[in-house]
Design a protein around this ligand. Structure first.
Ligand SMILES: C[S@@+](CC[C@H](N)C(=O)[O-])C[C@H]1O[C@@H](n2cnc3c(N)ncnc32)[C@H](O)[C@@H]1O
Length: 642
């Protein structure tokens, strides 16, 4: 027997435990698929020396990124009904503030709840502003940022490439945000990150580490511009969208709709009358690998036999008679079995340019195609989306905004995000998050998508109040909110008269703004001399920050207790006191400053699971507090004060 705690030898973990750790923390995977234990310790909050050589990517500031991730936010999100639409009923969110703080504040309530994330972060072109994180004083940085000067009175500037830490600064900004964002994804969730050439390679490395290389689905190329002549050796025309699953094994297959233009309208006698089909996909394609079963003769309508080009030939001139191809021999797309079962789908077309050869070794008179019916393709789940996107150029985004009387050049086209919603199969009440929201294109896309697909997908858009020059708006966040107000107004107007059609759909959003917590924090780093302690104590006599409303406090309690920011809240009166009833009475929050025994009894009578009151509510009346504890305990109600 020993009184020492049992020592867990991590180096000899069983395979299932290793797999579980790798699933939970993909970033600890080594090149050989094992666990990097130093990285694991770092992730779990221990400081380690990351200087030893090993596979992986490192840069100045990476170790600080983990501290940034682990430092809790000292902020809160203040509700702003005046800037919202349908504040009381909507479940969409626009959060104005630094997304790092916001993502931290969302961790509890939205952990594992988000189906799709789309982000379009600064590409780091040398002209973008890159947010300067400071893990010890993250919120302070934001407060300084919103006053536009730092503690030394310097203006926050762009990340310029003359700066020795050009890439590191960007990676230090991205890493913690992506890390926290991954936590919010559902197991069948997916993230898309739009990026330019400047940081593409770094972003791939960061995401491979955070999301797990095995969860990388594609690096999509998107045609962004078609008529630009800017650039040095090339005129940049594409950007990229990195796509990762939270867990590739949980993700449902992506599906694109079949392009109907490719399917000719054709009246066919008999069963398939009226079906659309295409018959322009050749049965032989030169790019096919040499497959052992797929080189055989096919008998044509004139009795001749044809085969793909090559040097090896089946011995008998018989329909479907095969040979084993050698390297360089062409093969059909189908095996003889598929060919015989689907003969009705075979189309012979006479042509002088057939790549096939006949039994005399000469150019064949026919080429062979297969017919495919639109209905069949649709029933089989459509087609796989291609990893090149050509229909979503940037200009569409800016042009659409102009229709809403807004000038903003950095807006992505709504069609792009609607397309991502489509292929990922977003539906029902799924949540979509964009934490570099800009002009709120994601919010607009979600509202459009819901309107045309009778879904009720929710959006969460987070945007910094970055100031803009030469605009009717003060900040980018103002653009996003106003755009959404105008979009919603138009959709509601367009719907007038369409009785009940989209009435159940959520056409609103709640605005929240990042600010210091409503509750003053005890400054543990302050000097411990009598005078300083006395000052701190004085500050804490009233520990609620001046000027904060009951609603401000209500929402802080709500999301710190793990409720979504969109939870429905009802204000009720009990014995003359206002009480917020949350989630149909599951939790009661009373922020009155003068509680009475009567009001406490009335709350207990409603039998909520939890009750939260202000400490201040007991106004130093210890007896009342003791009674309250007992009353709630008797009814098995969890009781907390703040
Ligand atoms: C390229 S724009 C996004 C444009 C957006 N996709 C659209 O369609 O309008 C990137 C945005 O991220 C914002 N941003 C940068 N750092 C941020 C941060 N720390 N928190 C929140 N937003 C940030 C910038 O203000 C900028 O507007």
């Amino acid at each position: 027997m020993t009184d020492q705690p049992e020592h867990l030898d991590l180096t000899s973990l069983p395979a299932d435990k290793t797999a579980e750790l790798l699933r939970l923390f993909p970033e600890i995977r080594t090149e050989g698929g094992q666990i990097d234990f130093d990285k694991l310790k770092l992730v779990l909050g221990q400081t380690v020396d990351v200087g030893r050589e090993r596979y992986g990517m490192t840069w100045p500031g990476k170790a600080e990124c983990f501290k940034t991730i682990q430092t809790p936010s000292m902020g809160t999100l203040l509700p702003v009904p005046a800037e919202s639409v349908d504040f009381d009923t909507t479940e969409n969110l626009i959060i104005e503030g630094d997304n790092l703080e916001a993502l931290k504040l969302l961790q509890k309530a939205y952990l594992g709840k988000v189906k799709m994330i789309y982000i379009d972060p600064p590409y780091n072109t040398g002209n973008d502003f890159i947010y300067p994180d400071n893990y010890t004083e993250s919120l302070q940085t934001y407060l300084e940022y919103t006053n536009q000067v730092d503690a030394e009175g310097r203006k926050f500037g762009t990340n310029s490439d003359t700066d020795g830490r050009f890439h590191s600064r960007w990676m230090n900004m991205m890493y913690p945000r992506l890390y926290l964002a991954r936590n919010l994804l559902r197991d069948d969730g997916v993230i898309f990150i739009n990026i330019g050439e400047e940081e593409l390679n770094n972003l791939i490395k960061i995401c491979d580490e955070i999301m797990g290389e095995g969860n990388r689905l594609s690096i999509i190329s998107r045609v962004a511009k078609t008529a630009s002549n800017k650039g040095t050796f090339f005129a940049p025309s594409v950007d990229f969208i990195l796509c990762y699953a939270k867990n590739i094994f949980e993700l449902q297959q992506f599906s694109d709709s079949v392009d109907e233009k490719l399917y000719k309208k054709f009246e066919v006698e008999g069963l398939r009358k009226g079906d659309q089909y295409r018959d322009d996909i050749a049965l032989y394609q030169s790019a096919l690998d040499t497959r052992p079963n797929q080189r055989y003769w096919i008998k044509c309508p004139d009795g001749s036999f044809v085969i793909p080009p090559g040097k090896t030939f089946p011995a008998n001139f018989e329909d479907g008679f095969k040979t084993i191809p050698e390297k360089g021999d062409g093969v059909w797309r189908w095996t003889p079995e598929t060919y015989f079962t689907n003969k009705s789908l075979i189309v012979f077309k006479e042509t002088s340019t057939s790549p096939l050869i006949n039994q005399d070794g000469k150019k064949a008179k026919y080429n062979i195609y297969t017919k495919s019916y639109l209905k069949d393709r649709e029933e089989n789940g459509g087609t796989l989306p291609r990893n090149i996107l050509t229909d979503f150029i940037n200009r569409k985004g800016a042009d659409l905004l102009k229709k809403y009387d807004i000038e903003f050049d950095y807006s992505k086209p709504v069609e792009l995000i609607e397309y991502l919603l489509q292929i990922t199969g977003c539906s029902g009440n799924d949540i979509v998050l964009d934490f570099f929201a800009g002009s709120c294109t994601t919010g607009h896309s979600v509202i459009n998508w819901n309107t045309s697909n009778s879904s009720n997908i929710r959006f969460i858009c987070i945007q910094l109040p970055e100031t803009i020059e030469n605009s009717n708006f003060l900040t980018v966040a103002d653009i996003g909110k106003e755009r959404m107000r105008r979009v919603i107004k138009k959709i509601k107007k367009d719907d007038t008269g369409k009785f009940g059609l989209n009435s159940a759909q959520d056409r609103g959003f709640r605005v929240f703004k990042l600010a210091e917590s409503n509750f003053k924090a005890w400054d543990a780093s302050a000097p411990k001399d009598v005078k300083s302690l006395a000052t701190q104590l004085e500050l804490h006599v009233e520990h609620i920050r001046a000027g904060r409303t009951s609603e401000d406090i209500l929402y802080e309690i709500l999301f710190k207790s793990g409720f979504a920011l969109t939870t429905l809240v009802e204000k009720i009166e009990l014995t003359g006191k206002s009480v917020y009833s949350v989630a149909s009475g599951g939790m009661l929050i009373c922020l009155e400053k003068e509680l009475t025994l009567e009001s406490i009894r009335a709350m207990a009578e409603l039998k909520p699971q939890r009750v939260v009151c202000l400490d201040l509510g007991f106004a130093g009346n210890d007896q009342l507090k003791t009674n309250a504890v007992q009353i709630f305990k008797n009814k098995e109600i969890v009781f907390k004060t703040v």
